[in-house]
Ligand binder design. Structure first.
Ligand code: FAD
Ligand code: NAP
Length: 339
């Protein structure tokens, strides 16, 4: 067995909140064989298996009594290319943003709006990562996952993944599917999405009126770097709450007291509220208690100023949820995966 299993490993370097908890056992998978070895090891030693990627969407509230397997498989390959459309496949452990940059450097467009999202390729389908009006479902060609119940490999099509807003089959069936590699439909012709948030404005400021996919990526990187804390500097897991989907009637009710409420109409008639707006309006932006806080520039992001525990961050999140429910009658759902 090539898999190296270590006992009692701090997970501080392996979660972007920088929370210091221990894994009872820890290993890194560099191949499919390592993954199978880890499953066999966990079964043999009767410990649960927790698969992680970059740890950028985790809230760890206690020591993990499991074998934590970090996906570190690497490899990117072109599966088909008709001169216009390309199918490209990446291993689960490939870091997401360098993969996006690799595709752009090959002249392929499709992933540019998803630039600078931390984490790995293998975790991207878990919550159907999205930003600036694009989700991976929009460019998804398929994935291969290991069914941990049967040990069999299965290929998933777009429909089978049940992608929705920050959601997928894989999130709905936690612990069953271990994603090994993901395929994307990319294009040599650029179909750019510029209408979301400040993207077009940033390009205009830069004097770019006919942007390329790389221009869009760079603009989004610069916007994100200004607003979002870098986990290497200040621990965080990105947006801590999903943007709630509510009825138009509730939006009208809230607007009576808050006429400047931010709400976006959805195709199904529901309205999407900006959770960050609600939290900011409730006065939480910049709040800090001990080392757990709400970011100064983006109220949707909870931060660890150094020694916050997962439980302190969770408690802060629950206080915010309660306050938002009481003030606006809106339930906020946490986004990070809690262990
Ligand atoms: P992890 O945090 O390691 O794991 C997340 C979940 O996936 C866990 O439940 C884990 O068990 C499971 N998992 C991981 N790998 C696999 C695998 N190979 N097979 C099966 N299960 C697996 N998200 C967005 O959607 N849009 C954004 O714009 C965005 N911006 C962010 C900005 C910052 C600063 C940060 C810190 C986070 C942001 N996120 C965003 C959240 C996060 O980056 C994404 O959800 C990312 O896809 C998580 O990848 P990861 O490898 O770090 O997953
Ligand atoms: P923003 O641009 O300040 O916008 C605030 C919110 O309004 C966003 O959450 C976004 O919803 C929504 N929004 C903005 N323009 C919209 C439009 N034209 N149509 C519909 N909804 C619109 O947001 P931000 O915090 O700086 O983030 C920018 C993008 O990166 C967003 O897409 C956000 O989801 C993504 N992001 C995600 C995470 C994460 O951890 N999940 C972290 C950082 C950034 P949506 O969130 O639904 O897009």
């Amino acid at each position: 067995m090539s898999l190296q299993v270590q006992a009692r490993v701090s997970l501080k370097p392996y979660n972007s909140f920088g929370v210091d908890v221990q894994a009872r056992l820890f290993a890194q998978a560099h191949s499919d064989d390592d993954v199978r070895d880890a499953l066999a090891y966990a079964t043999q030693h009767e410990v649960p298996l927790l698969v992680i990627g970059g740890g950028s969407n985790l809230l760890l509230t206690a020591d993990i009594q499991a074998l934590v397997l970090r996906m570190a498989t690497r490899g990117i390959r072109l599966l088909s290319d008709n001169g216009q459309q390309v199918v490209i496949e990446a291993e689960a452990g490939e870091p997401w943003h360098p993969f996006v940059q690799h595709t752009l450097a090959q002249g392929l467009s499709g992933l540019e709006n998803l630039s600078l999202i931390p984490g790995t390729v293998g975790a991207a389908p878990m919550q159907n990562i999205g930003a600036y009006g694009v989700e991976i479902k929009d460019v998804f060609a398929g994935l291969t996952a290991l069914d941990r119940q049967t040990g069999e490999l299965r290929d998933f099509s777009l429909d089978e993944c049940k992608f929705a807003y920050r959601d997928s089959l894989f999130k709905q069936e936690p612990g069953r599917w271990l994603i090994l590699r993901v395929r994307f439909n990319l294009n040599r012709t650029e179909h750019l999405h510029l209408e979301y948030g400040p993207v077009r404005q940033r390009l205009t400021e830069q004097g770019i009126d006919r942007p390329t996919a790389s221009d869009v990526s760079q603009a989004i990187c610069s916007i994100r770097s200004e607003k979002l804390p870098d986990p290497a500097v200040l621990g965080n897991a990105g947006s801590f709450f999903k943007n709630p989907l509510v009825s138009a009637a509730l939006v009208a009710q809230i607007k009576e007291q808050h006429p400047d409420l931010v709400a976006y109409a959805q195709p199904d008639g529901q309205m999407k509220l900006a959770a960050g707006w609600l939290i900011e309006r409730a006065g939480w932006k910049g709040f800090r208690e001990a080392d757990a806080g709400v970011h100064k520039l983006q109220a949707l992001v909870l931060v660890n100023y150094g020694t916050a525990t997962g439980l302190q961050l969770l408690e802060l999140a629950q206080r915010i949820q309660k306050d938002i429910a009481e003030r606006f009658n809106v339930e906020l759902e946490m986004e990070p995966n809690r262990y």
